[in-house]
Design a protein around this ligand. Sequence first.
Ligand code: C5P
Length: 401
Amino acid sequence: MHSIMEQIQTKRILLGLTGGIAAYKGAELTRLLVNQGIQIQVVMTEAACHFITPTTMQALSGKPVFTSQWGEHTADHMAHISLSRATDAIIIAPATADFIAKLAHGLADDLLSTLCLARNCPLLVAPAMNRQMWESPATQRNIRQLVADGVTILGPVNGTQACGEEGMGRMQEPTELAHTVLTFLKPKSLSGVKFLLTAGPTYEAIDPVRGITNRSSGKMGYAIAQAALELGAEVTLISGPTALSSPHGAALVNVTSAAEMFEAVQKHVADADIFIAVAAVADYHVAQPREQKIKKSSGGLTLELLPNPDILGYVSGLPKPPFCVGFAAESHNLHEYAATKRKIKKIPLLAANLVQQAIGANDNELILFDDAGEHVLPRADKLTVARALLQHIVNLYRQGE
Ligand code: C5P
C-alpha cells in the first residue's frame, strides 16, 4: 500500500502559462510543485514567452517546454494528444481573459488551447487580469460557462494590480495554488461511495397554473452535492424546482411534487450508501388538483389538503437503510425541535438551522445533532458549511463501517 504522499508524488501536472505579467509566478509555482515530487510539464503560449522565457521554465521543471504545435518535440506532431494524455490534471496559471474566452468557446488555435480541448483529465484555471477585464460581462459569462463545463476556477483575489489599480483580478499566490493542486491530487476520501440527496422545494399543484410551494432555493442541497463530488463520491441529486444549475458530475433527477420526489427516491435508494434529505418537502398536497384553471368567484375557496409521504422517514425505516442525514429548518425552539426530530425520524445525524437565516440566503450556520451531542458549524457561505458537514458525515459513516 502506498502512503498518501507516495501516491501524490507519482502524479503529473501540465502547467499552461498564458500571456500575463503573473507568468513569473508560474515559475514559483513550478518550483513549489517540483519540490513536492510532482512532475511538471510546462506548455507556454506565444504571448507567455514575452513575459518569461521557456529556458527559465525548462530549468525549473527539468523538462523541455512546449510552445507550439509545430515544434519538433514529437515526431508525429500529435503533441496536443500525447501531452493531454500524459497528465493527471492541467492547470492554467496565469489564465488571461483571452485564453479564458478561448476555453469557453472551444477554440483551438495554438498548442495550449488545443490540448485543453483534447483533454480527458480535470482542468484548473487561475485567472489573472485587470479588474475591469475581470468584471466585464463577457469574462463573467465565459467564467460561468467554464464552471458549467466542470472546470475548476481558482481565484482570482482582490489586491494591487500590476497596472497600479486596486481590485479583483490578481492571480492567487503560488503557495495557495500549490496547496490546491496538492489537495486536488490527494486520493479522494469518498471515492466509490454513493450519495443520494433531495434538494429544493416541492410544488403541489392546485390547478394547471397555481400551486403550493415554499421559499427553499436548493442552494444548501446543491452545495452538499458539490462538496461530496469534490471528495470523489457518486452523487444522485433529486431536486424540486430551482433556478440552479446542476453541480458538474452529479446525476440530476428533476421532480416537481413530493409524490414525484418520493417515487424517485424509492427508485434510487437501493444503491445509496448515504442519504441526505435536504429538500423542503411540502407537508401536504391538494387532494384533487383541478384539471382546469379555477375561475375567480365572489365567494371563498376551500382546498382539501392531504399529508405527503415522509420520504426521510421511509428511507430510515427500510430494513437496511443507508446512513441517513436529515435537515430541520425551524423558526423557533431550534434545539428542542431538532433533537426530538432526530429521535422521531430515527436518524444518526440531523442538521438544524433557523429558517430566518437560511432560506434563500447564500450563507448558513448549522447545528448538528448526533449521538455525541451538538456541534456548531459556524456561519459561512453554503459551500464552506457543506464541506464541513461532509467531513462530519464521513467521520460518522466511517465509524459505522
Ligand atoms: O418537514 P420536517 O421538518 O419534518 O423535515 C425534516 C427532514 O425530513 C428534512 O430532512 C426533510 O428533507 C425530510 N422530509 C422528507 N419528507 C417529508 C418531509 C420532510 O423527507 N415529507
